[in-house]
Write a protein that binds this ligand. Structure first.
Ligand code: AN7
Length: 416
């Protein structure tokens, strides 16, 4: 193939592969693959090119593994707001706290950044069918992008365990949806096997092209901070692709010479689904998987994260850490974001803020640090979790007196 600016490199044995065939794991040792670039453009050229483009994932196309002549499958993903959060900041004792609202993406989560690149890659490879296993957001995103590309889409989901809004998205986009009697890890095992047997392109985050799209979160954060690199970036972790991708983005900016610092990566897992965080906290070198993961944050209800090795590297290289949070802490963080800052995020996303509260309270994160929390998905994805927790609004007859009685305010007649 002409014009490829990248190759695939094994993170274990270091073997390199031309990107002219479908590869998910290293054929030599079976470890994960990463996209690497033959040469990075000059920083001044990049800055100049980026300035002229809209704030979407494709603003950074020199650093994406897609040929120049390939038609891009896009829905305008990326360019999400980096909200400064003074009220939440005061609560946790931080002056410089930001939340990046990935719920603003076309299908309501950061997955769209990965899918625009992954599905465009599927087109480059001439694939006609795509598939994924999903806790919900990946399937919603893949369903949308494959419709846009005219590809057939298959999604496997854990039976009864994905949020209502996400299921609805996969259905309306016409994906073939199959519920697996089992958890996400089992659904992923099945779909990986299926994609090995048939010409179906796998778009879970074991596919390194997806992570290339997701790394643009890092590029945007730095641009939105006017060139500053945060001291910490806090990310909810499930399959551990996103934290690895964001770290790769920061590392590339540093290698290119666009930044002079690197952030510490902080990964947050839900207590009942915390294979990486629990293993790291115990000082283990490998990760002990969780057989029956459980958490209210269904998006990150994952026990055997495929990208654990990349994530552990991201944490160690950045001198960061992982922490766990309880379901109660997650739901309280969701409420605080909504009521202090006007940001409605799904429970998995609130895990980053729950982690922030825990780490500021314990003094691990200092008051003068610049912290960015990644809010990964929109709150409307999972409305049931809210209705279960808050009382149903009262009902009144259609007259002002009834409303006043409820509010406990007396009628005051103003003289005309
Ligand atoms: C809102 O959709 O795994 O650590 O199948 O939906 O990169 O897995 C979702 C993951 C965080 C964790 N926040 O990201 C899926 C899926 C939200 C998510 C994560 C997910 P990774």
């Amino acid at each position: 193939m002409d014009g490829e600016n990248h190759y695939l490199k094994c993170i274990g044995c270091g073997c390199e592969y031309e990107p002219d065939e479908v590869l998910y794991l290293c054929p030599t040792c079976g470890d994960l693959l990463a996209v690497e670039y033959r040469e990075f453009p000059k920083p001044s050229n990049l800055k100049e090119a980026w300035r002229r483009r809209d704030r979407t994932v494709w603003r950074y196309r020199e650093l994406l593994p897609i040929r120049k002549d390939t038609p891009i499958i896009t829905l305008g993903e990326g360019g999400t707001t980096l909200n400064r959060c003074p009220r939440l900041g005061r609560l946790v004792g931080l002056d410089r706290l930001y939340v990046k609202n990935e719920g603003e993406n076309p299908t309501g989560s950061f997955k769209d950044r990965g899918m625009t690149v992954g599905v465009t890659r599927a087109i480059e490879l001439g694939m006609e069918r795509v598939a994924c296993a999903s806790t919900g957001n990946t399937s919603a995103s893949l369903a949308a992008y494959s419709s846009r590309a005219g590809l057939e889409c298959l999604v496997l989901i854990p039976s009864g365990k994905i949020a209502f809004g996400k299921l609805v998205q996969a259905v309306i986009h016409g994906a073939r949806v199959i519920q697996v009697r089992g958890n996400f890890d089992e659904a992923l095992r099945v779909v990986r096997e299926l994609c090995n047997r048939h010409p179906i392109y796998l778009l879970n985050s074991v596919n390194p092209y997806r992570l290339e799209g997701q790394k643009t979160i890092a590029y945007e954060v730095v641009e939105q901070l006017g060139g500053l690199v945060p001291d910490r970036v806090i990310v909810p972790v499930g399959n551990a692709g996103n934290i690895s991708a964001i770290w790769k983005g920061f590392r590339e900016l540093y290698e290119i010479g666009l930044t002079g610092e690197l952030p510490q990566m902080v990964g947050i897992q839900a207590e009942g689904a915390s294979p990486i965080a629990s293993s790291l906290k115990r000082g283990m070198e490998t990760v002990k998987f969780v057989d029956e993961p459980e958490t209210v944050a269904t998006a990150i209800r994952i026990g055997s994260p495929v990208n654990w090795k990349k994530a552990v590297r991201a944490v160690k290289e950045s001198r960061g850490l992982m922490e766990t949070v309880s379901d109660d802490e997650i739901l309280e963080a969701q409420r605080l974001l909504a009521q202090l800052e006007g940001l409605f995020v799904e429970p998995a996303s609130a895990a980053s803020v729950a982690g922030l509260r825990k780490l500021t309270a314990s003094g691990v994160i200092d008051g003068d640090e610049l912290v960015v929390c990644i809010a990964t998905g929109h709150g409307l994805k999972d409305p049931n979790i809210v209705l279960e927790r808050f009382p149903t609004p009262v009902e009144v007859d259609p007259d002002v007196d009834s409303v006043e009685r409820i509010l406990g305010i007396k009628t005051v007649r103003a003289a005309r």
